[in-house]
Ligand binder design. Structure first.
Ligand code: MN
Ligand code: MN
Length: 274
């Protein structure tokens, strides 16, 4: 399957700080900066496959206004995946995962979502905003098209969100109790990476620095476990990178690394021969 990289520059539903709309540019710069190459850790060189097995579609143009933004993102992703392509999106606050998953779950029944985050993002509403970046997984679970939601890296969960997790049957793996393993998964899987799943030491460029988080290696090892199992990764996003808070482009580099590994997991290198 061909993989499409898509920038989603939209952060109107950030509850604390704007800035995640600038992430697509920052992450692309990190990927292109010349200090690294395009090889994944499994040894796939994505460089020569650019334009065949995967392509960069650039950034979406997204108007202001919640309803429009949601529908714009959802229809754009639906259009991209209509031919069987898979999307890796980068940028935006976590709101964007809702419309992306709307499109992906319309094509893939029994979708499992693996969600890395300091926060469960299950609020019914935050500050009166049901589109808040603190709410996407409540909206997704309400729509009922997703079979399983597993969360990792979670280290701040309010009583309300604990109730919401119970209500929706969310498999919350609180980080303080996590044994480093991703359970065996089957069928189509969507991966959503909020950069604040990582400890601020590894990813300072986020709007919500929550100490005590994952190492970059723990997250990469999690991806590797998913890749080694039976599941098929059919879509992924990297969200909540806020370049205005970054230090030495460190978080943009980490985001670029995740993008590279995700493309590598989803790509069919044979497409490069076509
Ligand atoms: Mn989040
Ligand atoms: Mn978060």
């Amino acid at each position: 399957m061909v993989v499409r990289l898509l920038g989603v520059p939209y952060d109107a539903h950030s509850s604390f700080l704007r800035g995640a709309a600038d992430a697509p540019t920052a992450v692309r710069s990190a990927l292109d900066c010349g200090s690294a190459n395009w090889c994944t850790e499994s040894g796939v060189d994505l460089g020569p496959l650019n334009g065949s097995a995967w392509t960069d579609l650039g950034d979406l143009t997204i108007p202001d206004g919640a309803e429009n933004a949601r529908d714009t993102i959802s229809s754009a992703v639906a259009e991209v995946i209509a031919d069987g392509s898979r999307v890796v999106s980068v940028g935006g606050d976590h709101f964007v995962t809702w419309p992306i998953v709307q499109a992906v779950s319309a094509v893939h029944d029994d979708l499992t979502i693996v969600h890395f985050d300091a926060h469960p993002d299950l609020y019914d509403e935050l500050d009166g905003d049901r589109y808040s970046h603190a709410c996407p997984f409540a909206r997704i679970m309400e729509e009922g098209r997703v079979a399983r939601l597993l969360q990792f890296g979670i280290r701040t969960i309010t009583p309300h969100q604990r109730q919401q997790a119970d209500r929706f049957g969310v498999e919350v793996h609180e980080f303080r109790d996590w044994d480093g393993r991703i359970p065996e998964l089957a069928g189509p899987v969507y991966i959503s990476i909020d950069a604040d799943a990582l400890d601020p030491a590894f990813a300072p460029g986020v709007s919500h620095n929550e100490p005590g988080g994952m190492t970059t290696r723990q997250l990469l090892d999690s991806l590797r476990q998913i890749d080694a199992g039976e599941a098929r990764v059919v879509g992924a996003d990297v969200v909540e990178i806020n370049p205005s808070r970054d230090v030495n482009d460190q978080t943009a580099m980490v985001g670029g690394k995740f993008v590279r590994e995700l493309i590598g997991m989803m790509i069919d290198p044979q497409e490069g021969d076509a």
